[in-house]
Design a protein around this ligand. Structure first.
Ligand SMILES: Cc1cc2nc3c(=O)[nH]c(=O)nc-3n(C[C@H](O)[C@H](O)[C@H](O)COP(=O)(O)O)c2cc1C
Length: 182
């Protein structure tokens, strides 16, 4: 059966280049991995007072992660780190104590920015957090996309070189997920 991948996009805005990256990867993955983008904007701010009676969007989110075979983080870089929306989702997924949905899940990180160092700093920080919560994070290939107009058109990866790079990433991630599922 095709492995299910929960996709967390760190940008909530409509025209997000990271969302375009997630959608482009999702199309390239057809037949290899089944991607589902989860809406992080539905999650309230993490509040420990609500741990004993989790808000409905949190319950739904945790179930989606628990049911997924792997998680893909598609992260912009905000102020030289990964966005609060992703950290907030990680907090909810890790609680209450003993009920974390993260340990043992295969994960990968990609990201896009128009900036010259292509989310590298954000990704390094996120990688440390994911390791600490017990995820198995793909090491290579690393995707630090410096976004240019024309990379994505109508949900597809329109640039030939980028399509090759992202297809290679999808194949390696699918192989990694498959091996960890066994
Ligand atoms: C609050 C904020 C902080 C940002 N900080 C960085 C940064 O540290 N490094 C970077 O390369 N780009 C930074 N940017 C520019 C983003 O890379 C750019 O806005 C990008 O389009 C955001 O991703 P999105 O299109 O998926 O929303 C920042 C943008 C915002 C809104």
């Amino acid at each position: 059966m095709t492995a299910k991948v929960a996709v967390l996009v760190g940008s909530l805005r409509k025209g997000s280049i990271n969302r375009q990256l997630a959608e482009g990867l999702s199309r390239l993955a057809r037949g290899k991995l089944e991607f589902e983008i989860l809406e992080l904007g539905d999650l309230p701010h993490y509040n420990q007072d609500q741990e004993n009676d989790l808000p409905a969007p949190v319950v739904r989110f945790k179930k989606k992660i628990a049911d997924a075979d792997a998680v893909l983080f598609v992260s912009p870089e905000f102020n030289r780190s990964f966005p609060a929306s992703i950290k907030n989702a990680i907090e909810w997924g890790s609680r209450p104590w003993g009920k974390s949905v993260w340990p043992g899940k295969p994960a990968a990180i990609v990201g896009a920015t128009p900036g010259a160092i292509g989310t590298a700093v954000a990704q390094m920080q996120l990688r440390g957090v994911l390791t600490a919560i017990g995820m198995h994070v793909l090491g290579n290939p690393e995707i630090y996309l410096q976004y240019k107009d024309g990379h994505f058109i109508d949900g597809d990866v329109a640039d030939e070189g980028l399509r090759k790079l992202l297809s290679g990433f999808v194949d390696t991630f699918a192989d990694f997920v498959g091996r960890l599922r066994q």
